[in-house]
Design a protein around this ligand. Structure first.
Ligand code: GLC
Length: 794
């Protein structure tokens, strides 16, 4: 047990190469990575378990991946290496064969994963990645013979195809199997998988799948039963254990792709074999792809281009700080994770099955915050896509399906429509242009409006949907999904949504000013002031801020209640919105520290709910300490960090920040308790009221990624875009002295060196730009050059 709990036994970071090295294949959960060229994607674990998809995992997933069935993390992209003489076989990914390599290590990097293995004198270096040029997953395997005898190896590459639509597969597999085929294209030496189900939502856009190699083939199989046999699994395929591929095609049944190759290696010799799993709309397109990918140098050029892409990407913001775990997150893993969230929303991960989520409106609107520093164009594209989901009355769809052609999920929530204000504001100030505000974008139902008017309409919807007390109605829920019982009769109201208005309205006022919409400003100001007053009167219970008012008029999140007395978001957002006076803000955040903080992060509420408000109908059925019911909800922890930075309490902000850094949390909880990846944030950790306190849940795809990045770079390091220029306003731990930040802003480079005395957390005394002292801590564009040196004294 001791060893199972020791993080060092599982992994280590290699910061120079932006990799995490994984020393054991049997990590406590699958530790995932994602590869993507924007169109073709693969999620792969440290043990080779994987699922690949073209555009959408709902309707175009290439292979089966079983999310919760045992054995876990199957199937994947597997090689089998078989010694022709001894018939011993193993997999360079360690899984799925029981007979493991003698030496083994995996590494996840930026857009690729690698596996180094050694068995019986044969070493393998295997790399999987999706390159920028073709829609395929490249399996790049180098084999070397380290013995003093020639070796002949049979090499099998195997992937289990399936129905491209996971949900249809579960329901209709018995008939739809007739519409699966796998056949061999002799001239191209490639297996083609055709998913021919005509009731698929987009049959005309459904690609063919190919599996091919650049090495001569000895055989193939397209029929899973022929390759695996019965009462066997990927661990011991019949063919690999007994004979050669049977050259099976499949016209109805369970499809697979298996290729057999023979590799002879002289002593000391090494050879490289590439396998390609990809898509093309028709055979001609696949022929052209195959010609391209089989050209000498294609694979190494593709990998080189991938490395260059991530090098440039990550160079847009870099820092040097006195904390290695945090520095690594800020420079590498956090922006990497945030980019994957931007791409995939909350669609498919080890936890999310990629079957129903599509693009979540509020989730993606928040993801944009972390993307604007890196890629304005795609941030705008995403924002356009979101605003097209807004109705003329201002509300929005809750999630939608840009590729699948399905109807969106249409539910009115009290927050969705307001989030784009933050994203648009970030786009505008990053770019220093207001032209985006004038772009005309269609509403989902009827008519169209400019981007600015879409935002204004969102506020109008909030105002048109207020409750008896004048606060925004909770509707189906606000940010907290478990609020759906608050407003079942259509009366419940949300203090938090009032605070979201508080955070967003000043941004909208700024946009209105820049955009010459002065006539709107008084209206926005009036709303701001009215909501502020409500929050500070009926929203204040004397000790902290309340969270909501339920249908029956009872308050949620107040000291007189037996359960769910105090809610984190009501305190942090009172500060973020500017509604709380400094004194009240400090009081509210002190209560957070006292009642909600733990060594593994801040709980969302306290105490958890079991019987409130009615034992027969509690607010949530979630077990205590899980999810929104008093877990450490990392996403919401980020707002507490931001609130503490706004209050200038750098030590407290830093405590909250560093304790949920995955590697730190895993160190304090133990690896076998924390379980999820130590390099990417999770949505939440089971809370102190659970007997599994510290168990990380729903890692990778979570709003934690965007917001941790946003608060770390813009509030802790304090390098924050404003319309007037780059603002430098750090809020750092008192014991730190020197910090450097490199940031590309408006196409110019800023080398920022922050110097402070111990004991100081916040407050810039002097800012020297290229040798000249500025009047304040905003660097205006007209004083900047292509490269800038910024000296900051706090
Ligand atoms: C999940 C959802 C997100 C929601 C949050 C809190 O992270 O993806 O939309 O806001 O839970 O309930």
């Amino acid at each position: 047990m001791q060893e199972r709990n020791d993080p060092k036994a599982y992994y280590s970071f290699d910061d120079e190469n932006n990799e995490v090295k994984i020393h054991r294949y049997d990590t406590p959960t699958p530790w995932m990575n994602y590869f993507s060229n924007g169109t073709f994607h693969t999620m792969m674990s440290q043990a080779g378990g994987a699922v690949a998809f073209y555009k959408s995992p709902q309707i175009w997933r290439l292979n089966r991946y079983r999310f919760y069935h045992l054995p876990t993390d199957r199937s994947g992209m597997y090689f089998y290496i078989r010694d022709k003489q001894t018939k011993d076989y193993w997999s360079p990914t360690a899984e799925p064969v029981l007979n493991k390599p003698e030496k083994w290590q995996a590494a996840h990097g930026m857009g690729y994963s690698r596996f180094e293995a050694e068995k019986q004198g044969i070493t393998s270096n295997l790399r999987y990645f999706v390159g920028p040029h073709e829609n395929n997953l490249i399996w790049n395997l180098e084999l070397k013979n380290n013995t003093d005898k020639p070796k002949t190896l049979d090499l099998f590459a195997y992937v289990e195809f399936g129905m491209m639509e996971f949900m249809r597969e579960v329901s209709w597999v018995c008939y739809m199997k007739h519409q699966m085929s796998v056949y061999y294209l002799k001239d191209e030496k490639a297996l083609i998988f055709k998913y021919g189900v005509e009731t698929q939502p987009k049959p005309d856009e459904t690609p063919l799948v190919y599996l091919a190699s650049d090495h001569p083939l000895k055989g193939f199989d397209g029929d899973r039963d022929e390759f695996i046999g019965t009462y066997r699994s990927e661990s011991n395929p019949y063919v690999v254990e007994n004979e050669d591929c049977t050259n099976s095609s499949l016209f109805g049944g369970d499809p697979c792709g298996a290729l057999q190759m023979e590799v002879t290696l002289q002593p000391g010799e090494s050879k490289t074999i590439n396998v390609f799993l990809g898509t093309g709309q028709h055979e001609k397109e696949i022929q052209a792809s195959l010609q391209n990918i089989r050209k000498p140098g294609f694979v190494s050029q593709s990998f080189g281009a991938l490395k260059v892409h991530w090098h440039h990407y990550l160079n847009k913001f870099r820092c040097e700080i006195p904390d290695q775990a945090a520095q690594r997150m800020i420079n590498t893993w956090n922006p990497y994770q945030a980019q994957r969230n931007f791409l995939f929303s909350r669609n498919i991960s080890y936890y999310a099955t990629g079957t129903f989520r599509g693009v979540g409106f509020r989730d993606t609107a928040q993801d944009i915050l972390s993307q604007t520093p890196f890629d304005i164009d795609s941030s705008k594209d995403k924002m356009r896509m979101l605003l097209q989901q807004q109705y003329a009355d201002g509300h929005t769809n809750h999630y939608f399906f840009p590729y699948e052609g399905w109807e969106p999920v249409h539910r009115k929530h009290s927050d969705n429509h307001l989030w784009p204000i933050l994203g648009v504001w970030n786009i505008i100030v990053e770019e220093n242009s207001i032209s985006f505000l004038d772009e005309e974008i269609a509403y989902y139902d009827e008519g169209s409006a400019t981007v600015y008017d879409h935002l204004k309409q969102a506020v109008k919807f909030a105002m048109d949907n207020r409750g008896a007390n004048g606060l925004p109605l909770m509707l189906h829920s606000d940010w907290n999904d478990q609020m759906f019982k608050v407003c079942r009769e259509g009366k419940g109201e949300s203090f938090w949504t009032a605070m979201l208005l508080g955070l967003t309205l000043p941004k909208l006022i700024e946009l209105a000013t820049l955009h010459n919409k002065k006539e709107d400003i008084a209206w926005y100001e009036n709303i701001y002031n009215t909501q502020k007053k409500l929050v500070n009167t009926i929203g204040w219970d004397g000790e902290w801020y309340r969270r909501a008012i339920m249908d029956n008029g009872l308050y949620l999140g107040t000291k007189d209640n037996p359960e769910a007395k105090i809610w984190l978001n009501a305190q942090s957002w009172a500060v973020l919105s500017g509604f709380a006076s400094r004194e009240r803000g400090m009081q509210a955040m002190d209560i957070v520290k006292e009642k909600l903080d733990s060594k593994l992060g801040i709980k969302l509420i306290d105490p958890s709910i079991t019987t409130f408000p009615d034992p027969k109908d509690p607010l949530t059925n979630y077990n205590k300490g899980t999810g929104e019911n008093a877990s450490v909800f990392c996403h919401a922890n980020t707002w507490a960090i931001m609130a503490e930075c706004m209050l200038g309490r750098g030590d407290q902000a830093w405590k909250y920040y560093q304790q949920i850094i995955p590697a730190n949390a895993m160190n304090s909880a133990g690896a076998w308790r924390y379980k999820a990846e130590p390099y990417v944030y999770a949505s939440n950790l089971f809370g102190p009221e659970s007997d599994k306190f510290g168990l990380a849940y729903v890692s990778w795809l979570t709003g934690t990624a965007a917001w941790m990045y946003h608060v770390a770079t813009q509030y802790i390091l304090g390098v924050r875009p404003t319309w007037e220029g780059l603002l430098i306003d750090p809020c750092l731990p008192s014991e730190w002295e020197n910090v450097t930040v490199q940031r590309i802003f408006r196409k110019k480079l800023f080398n920022i060196s922050i110097n402070k005395k111990q004991g100081v957390c916040k407050g810039v005394n002097q800012l020297i730009l290229n040798g000249k002292t500025l009047e304040n801590n905003i660097i205006p564009d007209h004083l900047t050059e292509d490269e800038n040196s910024v000296l900051v004294y706090m």
